[in-house]
Design a protein around this ligand. Structure first.
Ligand code: OOG
Ligand code: NI
Length: 436
């Protein structure tokens, strides 16, 4: 039998090749990765508990990417591509309503679903699609022109898509096909040398920087590739000390004296990258665009929907400051294992607080593997400059998780359900051990 690559191996190889490609395109990304790796190393060296939210090895290798597409047909193709690598849509994010920073896209994240796959390689991609039919952002004539432009482009070749279908169906690709698949996939996300129609790009830019980035060009590109760090405040300081201009803030919950929750992110500003432009007279000239930036993130424990509601309403300050209290009040997800040295009495099986306090079980945080719409919109916005100038008197177009599943022709997984299933599975095992 020929050597083959499983979907897990395809994902790991894709993440590695994408990182090499992106490092070649955006040298500041390499600085970010180096500083991030050093921060992780230093944090682990100084704190015996630092790996509680992920091993040094996993955290240092971990990346998420972001891409943006224009149409539902393109989004469906993206879904096909990632299915080949064991990455499935999780969550629905509406960034049109993400407060002051709203942008005309809705999004999901393609990622591995279960703990084993995440441990093998946690690579994920945040994918956004332009809402061209949303009148708050696009008047009818512009919608028409944008859709006509998008209808003529092809982001992914038929060869790439058919290799992806085959990989999904078989769960693997033979080595030679895998290599070809990876080449084509990485290529589809690299910055194109194709000249950009300047007048068209500028017309879209008037409406929104996001619209221009997505629909002003005939290709897509990886917009950022984000390493993970164990201490984002330290990383922020060190990047500034290294002379890299960072955005003003770290997005997400502020640092507190207690368990890290959800996700904190920051980035360096988009750099001017040389691009080719075609003017109205047909002449091609060199120009520059600032669209790609360097994001970095720190991840904490996943909140339950009750915890999340409280966080959304009042911010992190209102959450308990211990893992025990977060877990027993069902505000954050923790898995449990039976403690090897535990009391000899009958365990109070139905009572989590008593099981924890009495020393029967140990809690383990479930890392938040997803995204935050407010931070996501903030990340878009902080790097695209212009303020929201949508017309809120117009009706928005309807989008939700059901719409997304229909477009993708794939189930869109609910993140709370995934975390709850993981917690439940650990309980099933622990209760069996405790009642034995
Ligand atoms: C995606 C922004 C969202 C994140 O980490 O929240 C995102 C984009 O800029 O396309 O990646
Ligand atoms: Ni990101």
């Amino acid at each position: 039998m020929p050597q083959e690559l499983s979907s897990t191996q395809l994902r790991a190889a894709f993440a590695a090749r994408l990182s090499t490609m992106y490092g070649g395109e955006v040298p500041a990304y390499r600085t970010l990765v180096d500083v991030a790796a050093q921060v992780n190393y230093d944090v682990v060296a100084g704190d015996p508990d630092a790996e509680r939210l992920g091993s040094l090895e996993r955290v240092t290798a971990e990346r998420h990417g972001a891409i943006r597409v224009g149409t539902v047909a393109e989004l469906r193709e993206v879904g096909q591509l990632f299915a080949a690598m064991g990455m499935h849509p999780v969550g629905f994010y509406d960034l049109r309503d993400a407060g002051a920073a709203s942008v005309p896209v809705v999004s999901t994240a393609f990622r591995p679903l279960d703990a084993t796959e995440l441990a093998a390689n946690p690579f994920r991609v945040f994918v956004s699609v332009l809402t061209t039919d949303d009148r708050r952002f696009f008047p009818a004539d512009l919608q028409h022109d944008v859709e006509r432009f998008l209808g003529r482009r092809q982001l992914f070749s038929p060869e790439l898509l058919s290799l992806a279908e085959r990989a999904e169906a078989d769960g693997a690709l033979p080595e030679a096909e895998a290599d070809r698949f990876l080449d084509l996939a990485v290529d589809a996300f690299s910055l194109s040398a194709e000249p950009i129609d300047r007048a068209w790009y500028e017309r879209l830019e008037q409406v929104s920087g996001v619209a221009a980035d997505i629909a002003g060009v005939t290709t897509t590109h990886i917009n950022h590739l984000t390493p993970r760090v164990l201490d984002i405040d330290l990383l922020y300081e060190r990047m500034q000390a290294a002379g890299v201009e960072m955005i003003d803030e770290i997005q997400g919950p502020p640092r507190v004296d207690g368990p890290a929750v959800l996700l904190r992110q920051t980035s360096f500003r988009a750099l001017a990258e040389p691009r080719w432009f075609r003017g109205p007279d047909g002449r091609v000239e060199r120009g520059a665009l600032r669209v790609r930036f360097g994001e970095v993130e720190a991840r904490g424990v996943a909140l339950t929907s009750a915890g999340r509601q409280r966080f959304d309403a009042t911010g992190v300050a209102d959450l308990p400051r211990t893992e025990r209290d977060l877990a027993v009040n069902d505000l954050a997800f923790y898995t449990v294992t039976a403690r090897p040295q535990r009391p000899r009495q009958r365990p109070p099986l139905g009572d989590l607080a008593a099981l924890v306090d009495g020393g029967w079980v140990i809690l383990h945080p479930v890392v938040y593997e997803d995204f935050l719409p407010r931070s996501a919109a903030g990340i878009f916005r902080s790097n695209l400059g212009r303020d929201d100038d949508s017309d809120r008197s117009q009706p928005g177009s309807q989008r939700d998780a059901g719409w997304l599943a229909g477009v993708l022709q794939r189930p869109v997984h609910d993140l709370f359900e995934l975390y709850a299933a993981q917690r439940q599975a650990s309980w099933d095992v622990a209760l069996r051990t405790l009642s034995a």
